[in-house]
Design a protein around this ligand. Structure first.
Ligand code: ADP
Ligand code: ZN
Length: 600
């Protein structure tokens, strides 16, 4: 009989397990249940695919999304694994054929939607065959509190009663303890062994910059770091996604919009383009996300600040699932803070709910304003401790400078107080800097003691002070009059001079200076070989009707460029090359490499 290691090498072409994959697999092989919490891109699928291949019978995977099922099955078939799915898109004859294959014991894996599984006919079919395991993917869908709740998932507890001897594995990337408990309780997994991998995504570089000219900043970022990559740009409004997408096209990028207001057809078309094309940018509202399993998303850019760290983490998490370097880039400014605070105050819901929302927004703002490592703060938010600064975020790469802003903050707060807590930032700055505007005259603000006491800072510096005071909760935004700032309880100690306030120095050039990706590629590997390999991959992808990354991931192509294998034996040692792909693609890729070697 084979071992997990053999299957890993032979079928998947990988060298070693990423812990705790091996322990999870062992546990299932012993017939135990498991709860797996692993970050996106951590490698959850192998945890059930390998035991399903090793245990007698067919592994049944419950997955909420039809598009994902299809993609997974395609991927398995390209590895030479007998896999199929049953869902509403199949014709009756196709369903019959798959049922027959199941009964003949020909399938190693079967993917099902939850509503399909709980149909009496499906259950009796499954009872007539040998099931090797049940895998419940996206298990957080049982949580009534989460945004991905699916009522059908609740019925999955019947598996425990109907198939008590079949091991079950529930998998999710969703973090918190409450959801975890809910999964165990609702799915009768109290006795399951829990495997909680860390949440860190070390290949993602976090960058948060101050917004001054957002579009131009985005363009600089794309041109310098990702001129030929796939990525997602998130915006808050539908209109903005369309404008930015159109503008990116004018600037020479391959971009398209995605939001809930587009027709189902257009959305499906844009999503399919995103999955199948290589250098494509999707400009989307948060309606775009769940079920996007494209592993080679090289960047996620936020043009507006998300409301919570949870959303930020989930959205940025769509970058770099393949483990290759990826960027999470965001610009934010005072207007974002004001807008979000207002949205929150005017939202429906109890006071408790609002307070909780406010609390989460504050944490997000804290992350933006922080002067130490972003990753440490992010992970700490999820209860994880990272001992040293990560070295892969903007604050690590370019430590921000701070200055003693105590005096400036006191002047700013006094100005808010003296003007009656009725004015927005622009006017407050006019007063502080002794401006001669109509408004100043109209309200007699040139008579105030705070008039003209702030000449030592320019307009931008004052904006920065106000932004940080709002972000840190010393000032709040009044919902009655748009953008008016009010003093908060917290500001008392600061006004009384009992607190020292270190503020972040805002620099205009916030971009992490690094070689653009395409140049990095050029110095390491030969660009013409790279392009030839990509073209070869695309041909196969089109033949098979799958996205290019399903043929080989970028990391495998890169290894080809670096190791230049010139025979099948050498080709087989590349990561991502299993037995089946070796046979299927090896000879053609070797030709490309040998052509290159002959001409260079
Ligand atoms: P998840 O479902 O946790 O987001 P996947 O199962 O899709 O992650 O795996 C993410 C990527 O990592 C895939 O490209 C997969 O092939 C790769 N991968 C998983 N396990 C390994 C491993 N042990 N060695 C190398 N690559 C792996
Ligand atoms: Zn860091």
């Amino acid at each position: 009989m084979s071992t997990p290691d053999e299957i890993l090498h032979r079928v998947f072409g990988y060298r070693e397990f990423r812990p705790p994959q091996d322990r999870i697999i062992d546990s299932l092989l012993q017939g135990k249940d498991a709860l797996v919490l692993m970050p996106t891109g951590g490698g959850k699928s192998l945890c059930y695919q390998i035991p399903a291949l090793l245990r007698p019978g067919c592994g049944v995977i419950i997955s909420p999304l039809i598009a994902l099922m299809q993609d997974q099955v395609n991927a398995l078939r390209l590895l030479g694994v007998k896999a199929a799915f049953l869902n509403s898109t199949l014709a009756p004859t196709a369903v019959q054929r798959i049922e027959q294959q199941l009964q003949d014991g020909e399938l190693a894996l079967l993917y099902l939607a939850p509503e399909r599984l709980t149909q009496p006919s499906t259950l009796s079919l499954l009872r007539s065959i040998r099931v090797s395991l049940f895998a419940i993917d996206e298990a957080h869908c049982v949580s009534q509190w989460g945004h991905d709740f699916r009522a059908d998932y609740l019925e999955l507890n019947l598996l425990h009663e109907m198939f008590p001897k079949v091991p079950r594995i529930a998998l999710t990337a969703t973090a918190d303890q409450r959801t975890r408990n809910e999964i165990c309780q609702k799915l009768n997994l109290e006795a399951a062994e829990q495997f909680i991998a860390g949440f860190d995504r070390p290949n993602i570089c976090y960058q948060i910059a101050l917004k001054h000219n957002a579009r131009q900043q985005l363009l600089n970022f794309l041109q310098s770091r990702h001129p030929h990559d796939a990525g997602i740009v998130y915006c808050l409004s539908r209109k903005k996604t369309e404008e930015i997408a159109a503008w990116l096209v004018v600037k020479g990028f391959n971009a398209c919009p995605y939001h809930a207001g587009l027709s189902t057809e257009t959305r499906a078309k844009h999503q399919a383009r995103f999955l199948h094309e290589e250098a494509i940018i999707i400009v989307a509202t948060i309606a775009f996300g769940m079920g996007i399993d494209k592993p080679d998303v090289r960047f996620v850019a936020h043009m507006d600040m998300p409301k919570t760290i949870e959303s930020y983490y989930q959205e940025t998490g769509r970058a770099g699932r393949d483990g290759e370097p990826a960027d999470a880039w965001m610009v934010y400014g005072l207007q974002d803070v004001i807008k979000l605070r207002q949205m929150m105050e005017t939202s429906e819901g109890s006071e408790d709910h609002k307070r909780a929302q406010q609390h989460r927004l504050n944490a997000m703002l804290g992350l933006c304003e922080i002067t130490s490592c972003r990753r440490q703060t992010l992970l700490a938010y999820f209860g994880e401790h990272l001992a040293d600064p990560c070295g892969n975020c903007d604050t690590c790469k370019q430590p921000p400078q701070t200055w003693d802003g105590t005096e400036a903050a006191r002047k700013a707060l006094s100005c808010v107080y003296r003007t009656g807590q009725r004015f927005g930032v622009n006017h407050l700055i006019d007063v502080l800097r002794g401006g001669n505007t109509n408004k100043v005259i109209q309200f007699d603000h040139h008579q105030l003691s705070v008039y003209g006491i702030g000449l030592e800072l320019d307009n931008n510096q004052w904006r920065s002070v106000f932004r940080q005071l709002v972000a840190r909760g010393y000032l709040s935004v009044d919902l009655e009059s748009y953008g008016a700032l009010k003093l908060h309880e917290r500001s008392r100690t600061l006004l009384r001079g009992e607190e020292v306030l270190l503020l972040r120095k805002d620099l205009k050039t916030k971009m992490v200076r690094q070689q653009p990706k395409s140049l990095q590629l050029a110095t390491e590997i030969n660009v013409s070989l790279w392009d030839a390999l990509r073209a070869c991959r695309l041909e196969f992808a089109q033949d098979h009707g799958v996205p290019a990354y399903r043929v080989f991931q970028d990391s495998t192509l890169r290894e080809m460029c670096l190791k230049l294998p010139d025979n099948l034996g050498a080709f087989a040692t590349l990561s991502g090359v299993g037995e089946y792909k070796l046979k299927l693609y090896g000879p053609r890729f070797l030709e490309v490499i040998n052509d290159h070697l002959a001409t260079s």
